[in-house]
Design a protein around this ligand. Structure first.
Ligand SMILES: *Cc1c(COP(=O)(O)O)cnc(C)c1O
Length: 364
């Protein structure tokens, strides 16, 4: 059967292997598998969220509140914005999809970093857009500007902190770049790990309110999947000037967020103390990864996220190492599909991290 020809050069997204698959493929007991592959919060979500979700379990027969009033008011309050500057997606992934479908079309150009979140390319290719990438591994604003001038892209993605490398842009430097960009270019600032960056170094922190007050062509993305520990609930959001949000609403399917997810995300915002504790623990544990890499002479990229990226040495093969770890029940991310001989490891609990060091010790 023939399909839309735009699909021909799309490679499906390769998600971190689910635990269930490793149980089946390698016959390893579920309790002995550690998944440090998708940057989830190892402590899960606030206990208050679990209690709240239990109390609404009987409400599943009705469609969700499509105005999302509870979650929207909580986010409006958190970010001091107005509700017409906010859209909620089934993960920020879905907001990326909305933005690309609303702005780009066949032949549009989409500019992004050489190594970055894979979904930008996948959604862009769905509409037949052309991908333009910088050369450096880390975001380089000069390269971005040169390619911007050459290609006049309709969308620019800035992923800060960047996945899968963990580095983050200086907020001021990013703003200076956006000031030079034409108002008809949509600049998408993906802040999936912004909570971590803000904690580690305020000079990397982007305030969505400042950003959208200053620029009417910027869309900021946030998610509940990482620091808030709700990856399974699929809730993310976009913050932008009202005309952008209005356009995104035209491509949004109705009832895109379930009742349980709306409740979980709303209540998660009531327990920021939980999230801050998890983030503090994350950076404490990150020091152990830094020490491990240092001991092995492996380069570790300075990370503003809940994962570390280890650039392996010559003679160490990231795919083989990921595979060897997998056979022992340790799921991490091989970055060879990004053209890097590197592995990405999500920072887990103290026990999970110790297990990683124990298993990786003889391999690296
Ligand atoms: C995880 C991630 C997202 C999307 O997460 P959702 O679960 O769809 O909210 C977006 N961007 C980056 C860079 C990510 O790492």
């Amino acid at each position: 059967m023939n399909f839309n020809s735009a699909l021909e050069n799309i490679k499906s997204y390769e998600a971190g292997k689910p635990i269930e698959l490793v149980v089946r493929e390698y016959g390893i007991d579920k309790d002995h598998i550690v998944k440090l592959a998708s940057n989830e919060n190892p402590f899960g979500c606030s206990p208050k969220v679990k209690d709240a979700v239990r109390t609404i379990i009987d409400n599943m027969s009705l469609y969700p509140d499509d105005s999302m009033v509870k979650l929207k008011s909580a986010l409006v309050k958190k970010y001091d914005i107005s509700s017409d500057e906010l859209v909620i997606g089934a993960g920020s992934d879905q907001v990326i999809e909305f933005a690309i479908h609303a702005k780009a079309h066949s032949g549009s150009k989409v500019l992004m970093n050489s190594v970055t979140f894979a979904m930008y390319e996948i959604y862009a290719k769905q509409v037949g857009a052309i991908i333009v990438r910088t050369a450096s591994r880390e975001h380089n604003m000069e390269e971005f500007y040169a390619l911007y001038q050459e290609h006049k892209p309709s969308i620019i993605f800035l992923c800060t902190p960047n996945n899968p490398t963990g580095d983050a842009l200086d907020a001021q430097e990013m703003i200076s770049f956006i000031e030079k960009v034409d108002k008809d270019t949509l600049v998408i600032v993906d802040g999936a790990y912004m909570e971590y960056a803000r904690f580690k170094d305020p000079s990397k922190a982007v305030e969505p309110k400042d950003l959208i007050q200053k620029f009417d062509n910027v869309l900021f993305l946030g998610t509940f999947s990482k620091a808030y520990g709700l990856g399974g609930m699929r809730v993310g959001y976009g913050i932008a000037a009202a005309p952008i949000i209005k356009a995104l609403y035209k491509v949004r399917p109705p009832f895109n967020i379930t009742t349980l997810s709306l409740e979980a995300a709303s209540v998660a915002l009531e327990d920021e103390a939980f999230v801050t504790e998890c983030i503090a623990d994350n950076f404490k544990e990150m020091k152990r990864y830094e020490a491990f890499a240092h001991k092995k002479g492996i380069q570790i990229i300075d990370s503003y996220t809940n994962f570390v990226t280890l650039s392996l040495l010559q003679g160490q093969n990231s795919s083989e190492i990921a595979q060897a770890l997998l056979k022992k029940g340790m799921i991490i991310r091989d970055l060879s599909s990004y053209g890097l001989n590197a592995i990405r490891v999500t920072i887990g609990t103290q026990v999970q991290n110790s297990r990683f060091f124990e298993l990786a010790e003889p391999l690296l």
